[in-house]
Each structure stands twice: as C-alpha cells, then as structure tokens.
Design a protein around this ligand. Structure first.
Ligand code: FES
Length: 117
C-alpha cells in the first residue's frame, strides 16, 4: 500500500522556494534526499544526530502541531546550530504526518556541521 504523499516547501535563506512532495512517515531529511533537492550540506550526518546541518525553522503554528518537542540529543545538537530559534527542529527528527500537507519550512543560512568544530 502506498503511503499518502503530501506537499512540502523548503524556503532557502536567499528566498528560493523549493516545492516538493514527501510520503507520510518520512523525515524532512528523507524528503530532501529522496527528491535530490539542492540544499548544500544539508543532512551531512545522514540522520545520525551528529551534525545539525538539517536545522529547519518551522512556523509557530506548525511547530505547535508537531507531535513532540526537541529533547535529548536533538536539543543538544540544536544548540550548536547557527541561528537557532524557538521553533527550530532538526529535519532528520521530524516525520511527515498527513496534516502537514502544504507545510512551508525555512532552511537557515549556513548550517553548521557540528562534526567540524
Ligand atoms: Fe545530522 Fe540531522 S542530519 S543531525
């Protein structure tokens, strides 16, 4: 059975919007990788929670709808991300749900690869 696809838009720091699709249950990192999106350096550690390059900023109302909050290793790693906000998450830790259809997320400028510090 095919999982439902939803529409996801990534907004780069230069304002470029990348509209794409992802399947329910995939992470935002999966969406970037599976669609081969040109987000340089994004998801450098491939979801192993050691880089923070998958930093995304959610709109407040979307952030509040997320099923969980960053905790443990994710929040430790987020602290190392540049330009972290109250509605920041790591894209490899947030999974698509049906009610996210049409969601717009920001990809902050110059993500930091924590492994290089
Ligand atoms: Fe490295 Fe998410 S891809 S922490």
């Amino acid at each position: 059975l095919n999982k439902k696809e939803i529409e996801v838009t990534f907004v780069k720091h230069d304002g470029t919007r990348i509209k794409t699709k992802g399947k329910v249950g995939e992470s935002f990192l999966d969406v970037v990788v599976n669609n081969d999106l040109s987000l340089e350096g994004y998801g450098a550690c491939e979801g192993t929670l050691t880089c923070s390059t998958c930093h995304l900023v959610f709109k407040k109302e979307d952030f509040e709808q997320l099923p969980d909050r960053p905790e443990g290793e994710e929040s430790d790693m987020l602290e190392l991300a540049r330009g972290v906000t109250d509605t920041s998450r790591l894209g490899c830790q947030v999974f698509l749900t049906e009610n996210m259809d049409g969601i717009v997320v920001e990809v902050p400028e110059s993500s930091n690869d924590a492994r290089l510090q």
